[in-house]
Ligand binder design. Structure first.
Ligand SMILES: C[S@@+](CC[C@H](N)C(=O)[O-])C[C@H]1O[C@@H](n2cnc3c(N)ncnc32)[C@H](O)[C@@H]1O
Length: 207
């Protein structure tokens, strides 16, 4: 059997339960802090670590064209079956290299990393940043949610912060425009001390 992509440890085994848990969260609630930043006309959206496809489907329903990257087969295949939208293209690609997307040289107006970045260690985060920034169109935006708190059993996670993320991405032309800290919207996670930072980074037009 092939090794799981680094960062995805534990997800395939729990995929069935995660479809119930993640799909019970409303995307509008998960992204409350940045709803006012969401594009109102059709745009190219890249959702990295798209999981069960909840947000990809939400963006597709709003009229956007979505590329959803998910390296865990059990999640990606289940998501395709659950959200069979022609506006969503699913890719088996992964951080830190985003090799498939890099070969296409595609850029996006909005790049989402919801609850994903903490799965990379510092070396992977450094390696990922130029690959991530290259996928963002001029005037485009990256929205990331960063998890703080205890690591669930069986998962590979690291502490990540808005400050470190902003520093790592600065050389690649992305600047912080929003940083909001909030408690977990999952009731079971609040007493466990899980909280989140939502950050938005913008790429100033280089011309
Ligand atoms: C906590 S889940 C979040 C899923 C979805 N974004 C959501 O908010 O419901 C983290 C996701 O990141 C994916 N992931 C983990 N390591 C990754 C990597 N190296 N590259 C891309 N995705 C990764 C996992 O497979 C999983 O789907």
């Amino acid at each position: 059997m092939s090794q799981p992509v680094s960062g995805t440890e534990g997800y395939a085994e729990e995929a069935g339960e995660l479809f119930t848990r993640y799909e019970n969260i409303r995307s509008a609630d998960a992204h409350r802090a940045v709803l006012h930043l969401m594009p109102s006309s059709p745009r190219r959206v890249l959702d990295i670590g798209a999981g069960t496809g909840r947000d990809a489907a939400w963006f597709a329903d709003m009229g956007h064209h979505v590329v959803a990257v998910e390296p865990t087969d059990a999640l990606r295949l289940g998501a395709i079956a659950r959200h069979p939208s022609p506006a969503i293209e699913w890719l088996n690609d992964s951080l830190p290299d985003l090799a498939l997307l890099r070969r296409r040289n595609a850029t996006f107006d909005l790049v989402m990393l919801t609850a994903v970045w903490m799965h990379l260690d510092i070396e992977q985060r450094r390696r990922a940043m130029p690959n991530l920034a290259s996928r963002v169109a001029d005037d485009g935006m990256v929205i990331m949610t960063l998890r703080h708190g205890p690591v669930p059993p069986g998962r590979r996670m690291f502490e990540v912060s808005p400050d470190e993320t902003t520093e790592l991405v600065r050389p690649y032309g992305l600047q912080l425009m929003l940083n909001v800290h909030s408690e977990s919207i999952q009731a079971a996670n609040r007493p466990a001390g899980v909280s989140w930072s939502t950050i938005a980074l913008v790429k100033a037009n280089s011309t």
